[in-house]
Design a protein. Structure first.
Length: 146
């Protein structure tokens, strides 16, 4: 005889999934709005911010965050550090990169790449779909098997 999963477990999974999907949807809309109002420019990688982080599998790891300089639409030189870092240096110093920035606040800038712009939507949405899917499947299974 098989044990049945209590219905509150898939219900919580379903609820967590819905909350995560809600936040992913909000982040998607915010990113779309930011993109529609942002300006584009060509930037230059001038340096890297370095951060040490502890990783349970590898101990301490070094992450590099590109620092980029560009000229905004007012002719002002702006320097910002990318929010997306990695364990390698994806650009050489002096490399040109496409960037986007907020016309009202030029320091609100980002590298114009799919991953940098959409990472949070993808991450939160993926977890949301997994939790929602597991909860929905368990509820359907419980209803079908009585």
């Amino acid at each position: 005889m098989r044990k049945h999963v209590p219905l509150w477990i898939p219900a919580i999974s379903l609820l967590i999934g819905l909350v995560l999907l809600y936040f992913a949807g909000g982040n998607y809309l915010d990113t779309r709005a930011w993109l529609s109002e942002s300006r584009t420019a060509q930037g230059t990688v001038i340096d890297y911010g370095v951060e040490e982080r502890h990783d349970s599998d590898y101990g301490y790891r070094t992450y590099f965050f590109p620092r980029i300089r560009f000229i905004d639409h007012h002719g002002e030189e702006i320097v910002f550090e990318s929010s997306l870092g990695s364990t390698s240096r994806p650009y050489a110093i002096g490399d040109a990169v496409d960037i986007r920035y907020n016309a009202d606040n030029s320091f609100d800038a980002s590298v114009d790449s799919f991953l940098e712009l959409w990472i949070w939507v993808l991450a939160i949405g993926s977890f949301g779909f997994v939790f929602f899917g597991i909860g929905a499947l368990l509820i359907v299974h419980a209803l079908l098997t009585g």
